[in-house]
Ligand binder design. Sequence first.
Ligand code: ZN
Length: 704
Amino acid sequence: MAETTNPLLDDSPLPHFDAIRPEDIEPGIQELLAKLGTQLLELERAATPTWAGLIEPLERIDDELSDRWRVVSHLTGVANSEALRAAYAAVEPKLVKFAVRFGQSRPVYDALCALRDGDSWQHLDSAQQRIVTLLIRDAQLAGVGLDGAARERFNAIQTELADLSTRFSNNVLDATKAFATTLTTREEVAGLPESALQLAAQSAREAGDAGDAGATPADGPWRITLDQPSFEAFMHHSRRRDLREQLYRAYITRASDGDLDNAPLITQILKLRREAAALLGFGDYADLSLATKMAPGVEAVERLLEELRVASFDAAHRDLADMTAFAAAHPELQMNGPGPSPLAHWDLHFWAERLREARYDFSEEELRKYFPLPRVLDGMFGLAKRLFGVDIREADGEVPVWHADVRFFKVFGEDGEPLAAFYLDPYARPAQKRGGAWMNECTGRSRLFTNPRGGPRLPIAYLVCNQSPPVDGQPSLMRFREVETLFHEFGHGLQHMLTQIDYGFAAGIHYVERDAIELPSQFMENWCYHRETLLGLSGHVETGAKLPDALYEKLCAARTYRAGSFMLRQLYFGLIDLALHHGFDPDGDRSAFDVQRQIAEKASPLPPVAEDRFLCSFAHIFAGGYAAGYFSYKWAEVLSADAFAAFEEAGLEDETAVATVGRRFRDTVLGLGGSRPAMDIFTAFRGREPDTAALLRHNGLKTA
Ligand code: ZN
C-alpha cells in the first residue's frame, strides 16, 4: 500500500491548514478509522489490566481520533463551505459509529474494572485512579452495560441525535444567512454610528449591492443582517422603531419555518434524549446530564437558580420600568415616538443604550476607540504575566492558518521554557464562521507523545471570536463586551495551556466537570473592571491616550447597570433548558414553546411575542453540549466571582499579594485540570466551599 499523502493525517504537531481540502476529509477519516479500528481490536485481544497495558493504548487511540476530528470540526466552524459541510456530513456517522464501538467495548470495560479491582490499583496515583474511575463511568454512560436490542436501540439513538444536532445547527446558520435587508436612505439608518454604517456599507459591497461607483459609507446602500455585529448594532442604535421590530421578528423566528424549521427537530431530540436516559436507568435526561457534573443533582441546581431568580427578579422589573419612563420622557430620541408602556422587545436594546448614555454619559462608540485589538492583546498578555508568570509572544507566519486574519502566539513559563501555543481568529466572517466565541483544543498536553525539546507534548489552543472586523484600514475597535469575550476565551485557553497534568485524559479541560468549566473564563472577565488592568488595555486609536479616569469610573458604575436583567435572562434560558429535560413530556399536549411561555411568566419581564421561536435557534442545548447544562454558566459564575473575591481580599493593588494568589490559582484551578473533582480543586484554592455572596455583590444585588 502506498504511503498516505493525506494532509489531514500528517502527524506533524500543527494541522496543515494551507493544504487540507474538503475532499481530503472523507478518505482521511476513513483511513484513520480503519487503522484505529485495528488498534482497538488488538487492544481488546491483548488488554492487560495495567496502566501501561490499557490506559496508555486507549489514550493513543482517543488522542489520534480527537486530534484529527477536531481539525475537521474546527474548519466547519471557521471556514464553512458547501463542500466542507458535505464532507463533514459524510464522515460524521462513521465517526459516531466508531466512537460508540470504542466507548462500548466490553473487553476494554472488563479490563478497566479488573484494573480498578486488581493489585496494581494501589500503585496508581490519585489522578490515575480518577481517570480509570471516570473511564468506567463513561463506558457505562455509553451503554456498555446494554445488551441485544437495548444496545442496538441505544446506538441508533446516538447516531440520530448526532445527525439532528448537525441539521439543527446548519438550519440556524442558513436561516441567519438567508435574511438581509438593504437600506438605501439616510433616514432608514438614522442613529447608526459610523462604524455600523461602514460595516453595513462593506457588507452591501460584498453582496454585490453596491451603489454608485465611488460611493462612501455615508451614501449607502447599507446591508443589515442577523449576524451578531450587524444585528446588535442595529438593535442598539437604530432610531427606526418599525425597522427594529422587523429585524427582531426575523431574528426571533430564525429556523422556524419551511425547509429550515427546527421545531420538529426539537421534539425529536427531546424524545430521543429521554429514551436514551431511560435505557441507561436514569429518571430523565437531566439526571443523566448531572451524573457528570459538579452539581450534585437537579434539586441543588433548582435551588441555586431559584435563589438567583429571587435576587434578580425585582431588579429586572425595575430596569424595564426605568427604560419605559425614560422613553416616555425622551420621545425625540426615536423617530416614531416613545413606544408603548411597557416597552416591546425591539425597544429594549435601543432604550437601554440611550438610558446608559444619559446616566453614564458615554457611548459604546466612544469607548470602542480606546480598545484597538493590538492594544487589548498587549494588556491582556501583561495581566497573564503578572498573575501567572507567563510570557506570550507573537509568532505569526510560523504556522499555516485557515484565514489571513488568524494570528499565532507562543506561551513561555517563568524560566523561559515553552509551555503552549494558540491561534487567535478574532473577527466575524458571517458567511464562513459560526456565531459566538469559543476556545477549542488543537492538541493537548501528554507524556505519551514527543516534544522535540523533551518532556510531554505541549498544548495548543484555538481561540475564536466574532468581534467587529477592521474597517477601512483601522484596527478592529473592540466593543467593551467584545473585550470581555476575548478575556473569557483566553481564560478557557489558559486552563488548556497551563495544565500541569501529563495524563492526556485529565490534562487541561479534560474531565473538568461541565458546570465548572466556565470558572477560569468568567474569572478572567472580572479583570476587565480592574483599573490598572483596564488602563493597560486601552490606547485611543487616534491619540494613543489611556482610558480617562472619568470614563473608567463610569464604566464601573455602568457594570451593574441592568445586571438584574442580564442575570434573569440567563436564568430564563437555564430554567427552560432544565424544564425541557426534567419532567417535560415531548409526547404530551404541551409543546416546548408552551414550556418557554410558562417560564417567561416568572423569569422574563416581558412575555415572548406570539411568534417567538427562540428555541429554534437555541443551539447551546440542541446542537451544543449544554443540554440540561445551561445552568452551568451560573453555577460557574458563582465559582468565578468567589475566586476573584480571593484576589479582592488579598488586595488588588498589592502586586505581591496578587502574584501570590495568582500563582495559587495557576497551580490549582488552571493547573490541575480534571485530575481531581472540581469541588476539591476549588476548595484547595479558596480554603472553603463556594458561596453566592461575591456574585451578588459584583452584580449590585442583595439576597432577599
Ligand atoms: Zn465559556
